[in-house]
Structure formats: C-alpha cells, structure tokens
Design a protein around this ligand. Structure first.
Ligand code: GLV
Length: 311
C-alpha cells in the first residue's frame, strides 16, 4: 500500500518514513515531490495540497487531512469528490487545544500580556487583575471534539462555561445555545468568547462588528478556529473602541502573519503562530496508520468530512 504525503515539505519525508516505519511498516511512504506512478497511490496525507494534484491519483481510497480542518483541501477546486476525507482529530489534539484555550483564558483573566509588555520596557506598573476563573463566563463557539474538550477543561478549572453551535450540539453538564435564534443571548452572557468553529461558508466572517457588539463591554476574544472567521478590521476597531479589552489570536487570514500587519504591535492582542493544536509527526503517523487499517478492514472511520455539514 502506498501513502503519499504533503506535509512539512520535501525535507520532512525521511522523518515521515521513520515515523511510519515504527507504526505501520507495511505502508510505503512517498513524498509529494518524489516521482511516483499516480495509479499506485492508495492514500494521501495532506496539508494544503497543490490544486489539481489529488485528482491525478485514479485509485485513491482515502484522503487524510494533516489537521482538524479540511478547508485547505476543499480550497482545491478539483479535489476528488468521490474520495472520503478524514480529519486529524486525536485524543492528544483535543487535550492540546483544551490546554491552549485554558492557558489563553487564564492569561486574559490576569492580563498577563500587559505585564509582559511592561517588562519589555522595564516599567513597573501595578494593576489590579485579581479576578478568578469562577467570576468569568467563557462562551465557546463550535462544539465539536475540540470545543467540547476545551469546555470541559475550563469548567473543571472553575470558569462558567457555555457553548454555542449552529446545529444543536450539547455539552455534558453545561448550558448550550443553538443557532442564530440564540446567538445574541449566548453572546450577552459571555466575558471570554472562544472561536473553535470549522471554516465553512456560513461561519466566514462570523467574528464581525455585529457579533462583537453583542458581547458585554470589555469582553475578551480567543480565536483558535481560522483566520477567515474574523473580520480583522472589526476586531481591531472593537479593541480600539473598548468593546473588546484583549484578544488572543492564533489564526489569521494570511499565514504567516505578514511583518507589516498592525496586529503584531496592537497592545490588546497576543499573537500566537497557529500552534494551538498541531500534532507532531509521530502522532499524525499513528493516527493515519489507524485510519488506513480501519479502512482496509472495512470499518467506519471517525470524523469524516460531511458534505452536508461542510466540515
Ligand atoms: C489546524 O489548524 C488544523 O486544522 O488542525
């Protein structure tokens, strides 16, 4: 069985080979840039595949996204519609995301960025940030595996957590809101808004002026979904006008975030480099091997892309 990989560039191919050797020695791993007979490719593990390339493999059985999102595959107008796409969601990525959201929420709670900025200027400024988690309401948008894991961890630490999704997803033991009809009510009860939505046509630009204006004044934002969820100038305007007090942004419309972006130097924004939940190659190889083995046995695969839902 042959697996072609587009993730990490040509330099990563040897590392991929040794990771797969350890967990699935029967798989023959081929780098995206290596010469290969297209008809011999059974599986593809990809991140941002070059448009048109997946369609050249006539016997492709399964596409495995190297990340939780599939938007980077759907961006290829020719992606082969008859081939299922599996999303990379593992127990570890759920924990990574949950811990990233928790870290961000605690940093926002205690205004840690303000101290970090002051330290860079050797400036001692006492400010009262002695809020505790139990005093803050965290609202999580997107209640898939990553949203649910984040909600439960934050609740365990003491935050008042609720969730919102476009459909009717529930969170065990926590309040949830659904759809456009309950969006305003959800936002009004949220001090820290967390975006973990999938990138679809209906979630594009959802973090806009109208949405942000329904939060309590001075609320915080954590975006670990996609850059396309944010209307960037609306987020900046909300921060400048005090509607938002702080934001942690891990994802951007253009990545890497260009050096000239105003977001880098905004005092209210902590920029992180799309690092919230990125499994390492060992983890991705293990999960890919698991998916391929399950496919070969004819079993149902978890977290397949669903055309109806759009993610
Ligand atoms: C990364 O953002 C992913 O889709 O996992």
């Amino acid at each position: 069985m042959r697996l072609i990989i587009n993730s990490g560039g040509a330099r990563a191919t040897d590392d991929w080979r040794s990771n797969f050797q350890a967990c699935a020695p029967e798989l023959e791993v081929v780098g995206w840039h290596e010469d290969v007979d297209p008809a011999s490719v059974d599986y593809a593990l990809v991140w941002e595949p070059d448009p048109g390339r997946l369609a050249t493999f006539p016997n492709l059985k399964l596409i495995i996204s190297a990340g939780a999102g599939v938007d980077h595959i759907l961006a290829d107008p020719q992606w082969p519609r008859h081939v299922p796409i599996a999303r990379m969601i593992t127990a570890r990525t759920q924990t990574e995301m949950a811990e990233f959201v928790l870290t961000s929420a605690l940093m926002l709670t205690r205004e840690i960025k303000r101290a970090v900025d002051n330290q860079a200027r050797r400036h001692w400024e006492f400010f009262d940030s002695a809020r505790i988690a139990a005093e803050l309401r965290v609202g999580i948008m997107g209640l898939g595996h990553l949203g649910a894991a984040s909600a439960q961890l934050l609740a365990r630490v003491g935050f008042q957590v609720s969730g919102w999704s476009r459909g009717n997803s529930r969170l065990e033991g926590l309040p949830t809101y659904a759809g456009q009809a309950q969006f305003g009510e959800f936002l009004a009860a949220t001090d820290i808004l967390v975006c973990l939505l999938p990138a679809t046509d209906s979630t594009r630009g959802i973090l806009n002026a109208a949405t942000l204006s329904q939060l309590p004044r001075g609320a915080c934002l954590i975006n670990a979904g996609r850059g396309s969820h944010m209307v960037e100038q609306d987020v900046v305007a909300a921060l400048d006008g005090g509607q938002l007090s702080q934001a942690v942004l891990d994802v951007f419309e253009e990545e890497p975030l260009p050096p000239e972006s105003a977001l880098w130097s905004h005092p209210g924004i902590l920029v992180t480099p799309h690092c919230a939940a990125i499994p390492d190659r060992r983890e991705r190889a293990r999960h890919t091997a698991f998916l391929i083995a399950a496919y070969e046995r004819g079993e149902a695969l978890p977290n397949l892309y669903d055309t109806q839902r759009g993610y």
